[in-house]
Design a protein around this ligand. Structure first.
Ligand code: NAD
Length: 420
């Protein structure tokens, strides 16, 4: 079977990765096709009433990749370049990620093709509520649970939860995760993805004998994930020498004051005008000499063009799909960069989302320390399993992580059988 529905460069990339891992697993054809393509999707068009009275039509998507291990789970992205294909690829990666972490979920993803930086708070609220309303026949706390991703925030999750609850007639916190704690969000969720990235970077530095105090870090994207990864790494003693966002990149060899940068961003909305470092281009930033490079923004930023020029020792993939398949091959040939693949590196977000969902369902809430302790425990187990798989099969860390995730989904499908 060839699916044309999701055709796009990012979906092609997710399929190529799947095929490589399925070859390693020697997955037979029937199971391979059942495991590969998303189960279902919804595409909607809806009107947004702008503050100036004009009406703008927006498109939104939700893709549910598979339901064989439990309800589907995945973020919602507000970004001008969102396409059905990109959302489909992100849903596939969520499936392998949740299976790798041992969570009882399938993968999903959603998105609205809109630039959130051009919207007022009122406009963002209207987009969020309308998108959730359009999705109601398709989602539910036992069917598909949304969360924040690029361009979406805890406040947006609160509006979505409120919309769903109003329409079904009872408060339903478990319909989304990444909510504010006041309405059933989990302690530690806001920082979970970034803290998880920082934890794994620390563990790999230890494994390879690099002292944290000697590690320099470059981070592309200073949103939720990038900024919390930076704060976590500074806590571990690392030096962040460059950060960037959509407005530009900033370099300071002596170390960026990350706390000050976060305060600047909170006050101004972006890093534009930040003077704690010299302005450099995005390309220059990715090619800086550093210990750890962390892409924490878009997919496909490490390409066959820049992969040969990278000067990092570790590539910690906080973003989803930041490295193309061609760039991966170059890195394997170079053999001097340790790649911490996305589905392991950024799994902290969905792990704590799972904790949030469990807390909402049981109406029993945990302290932050307990959340972080359990988060690091799961990350450590996943890391151990990836390293064991890598050694056992003599494959890259990405293929080890993907093959573990894919195998678990395929096994669930095989055990459940085909209905009817
Ligand atoms: P965010 O919206 O909070 O931040 C995104 C950041 O990327 C912003 O600083 C933005 O300015 C920057 N950015 C956008 N376009 C850019 C460009 N062209 N060049 C440089 N920077 C650019 O989003 P986030 O939640 O931090 O997500 C970042 C990445 O992490 C995404 O790939 C997302 O899928 C992934 N991720 C997020 C979570 C989560 O819990 N939020 C979990 C797992 C993975």
């Amino acid at each position: 079977m060839e699916s044309k529905l999701y055709q796009s460069p990012v979906f092609d990339m997710a399929c190529q990765q799947f095929d490589l891992a399925a070859d390693i697993l020697q997955l037979e054809d029937n199971l391979r096709n059942r495991t590969k393509y998303p189960k279902r999707c919804v595409a909607v068009a809806f009107p947004l009433k702008r503050d100036d009275g004009s009406i703008q039509m927006l498109e939104g998507y939700r893709v549910q990749h598979h339901l064989s291990r439990g309800p589907t789970k995945g973020g919602v992205r507000f970004h001008p370049e969102v396409t059905l294909g990109e959302v489909g690829a992100l849903a596939m990666w969520m499936s392998w990620k949740t299976a790798l972490a041992g969570l009882p979920y399938g993968g999903a993803k959603g998105g609205v093709t809109v630039d959130p930086t051009t919207l007022s708070m009122g406009e963002k609220e209207r987009v969020s509520r309308r998108f959730m309303q359009e999705m109601i026949p398709f989602v539910g706390p036992n069917t598909d649970v949304m969360a924040p991703d690029m361009g979406t925030t805890p406040q947006i999750m609160a509006w979505m939860m409120d919309t769903y609850s109003n329409i079904v007639g009872s408060s339903t916190p478990a319909i989304v995760t990444g909510k504010p704690v006041e309405i059933g969000g989990s302690q530690g969720r806001v920082e979970a993805t970034g803290r998880g990235v920082a934890y794994l970077v620390k563990r790999y530095l230890e494994t390879y004998g690099v002292k944290q105090g000697q590690a320099s870090v470059v981070i592309q994207g200073f949103g939720n994930v990038g900024s919390h990864a930076a704060l976590g790494l500074v806590d571990y003693g690392c030096k962040v020498i460059a950060i960037s966002d959509v407005t530009g990149a900033f370099y300071n060899q002596n170390g960026i004051d990350v706390h000050e940068a976060v305060r600047y961003q909170d006050a101004h909305g972006t890093l534009e005008g930040y003077d704690g470092g010299d302005k450099i281009s995005n390309e220059e930033m990715l090619e800086l000499d550093c210990t750890v490079l962390i892409p924490a923004a878009l997919a496909q930023v490490i390409t066959k063009q820049n992969a040969p020029k990278l000067k990092c020792r570790f590539l910690a993939e906080a973003a989803n799909g930041p490295t193309t398949v061609e760039a991966d091959q170059i890195m394997e040939e170079r053999d001097d960069i340790q790649v911490i693949p996305d589905i392991l590196c950024n799994a902290g977000g969905v792990i704590v989302s799972y904790f949030e969902w469990v807390q909402d369902i049981s109406s029993l809430y945990w302290e932050r320390d307990e959340v972080l302790r359990r988060l690091f425990e799961i990350l450590e187990r996943a890391r151990y399993e990836v390293e064991a798989q890598r050694e056992r099969l003599g494959i890259s860390r990405r293929m080890a992580a993907l093959s573990l995730g894919i195998e678990r989904v395929a096994l669930a499908k095989s055990v459940r059988g085909i209905f009817p």
